[in-house]
Design a protein. Sequence first.
Length: 319
Amino acid sequence: MTNGNITALILAIIVFGYLSIHTATNAPLIEERRTANVVQDFPVFSPPSQSPPPPKAMARQSGGDSVSTAIEFSTESRAALLMDELGTLLYEKNQNEILPIASLTKLMTAVVTIDYAKLDDTAILSEQAIQTEGDVVGFKTGETFNISDLVSAMLIPSSNDAATTLEEYFFAKDLNLAALMNEKAKEIGMNKTHFKNPSGLDEENHESTAHDLSLLIRYTLGNKKYDSLWKTSRLQSAEIVSKNTGSTSSLQAGESHRLESSNKLLGEISGIYGGKTGKTQNAGECIVLIVERNGKKYIGVILGSTNRFEEMKNMLKLT
């Protein structure tokens, strides 16, 4: 072999070795580029984004209750709440704000009376009871009524005279009605509620919340003992008759009193299971209402309103 051939052979070996090393070194890079190309050529599918649903009435969880949403609704009241009897919250505004509740108080007065009193017992209206602010029945001092009739007078026209008479009835038995009401509130879990009187007249630290009131209502709905409470509260009118015999010259025997409901929604909207109104200077207009829709009960609470009946009607459209 000539020198020229040897030189050519050596150069060929060197070139071949160089190419082999270069190819091996860059193989991962080439493969990586190929992989990258594959990813670019076949992108992962993702569905097109969807527009969020339109805003609905605020629904938040409170006290372990389940949550639902409803169509849009707003209220000018200080607090409001709408839920079903199982605790599913459809709407709320300031449901935990502590506020005066006016005669919604009488719901608890009635509950405690049912718990502790004999409804066929009688009580006499005192001069002090008659002088209680707010005469809506026309009671007279010395008139005697069954306890059940006084409860009716509280729940239908919202008589403060009747509430005070019940307070005196309990006092005669060495029982403090307001204290019993507070004990019951604690039992139910109404932790932001405090009662100072049985009527709901404005008094410092006499207060509750929309949420606490819903707890009270749900408690009564779960116990048949209180069915009569709601049955009475949904009456547009009733009549009660005194138990006086006529032995007192100023009182007639068996004098009757017409009770006209303070709840203007009775007869205006269908499916009302029960309710209670309240109004004082500090509390404003208040109302609780229970309605039945498609076999389910719904609880509405409005506090501190200037147009409670219209606002309640609008809120119930969420059911």
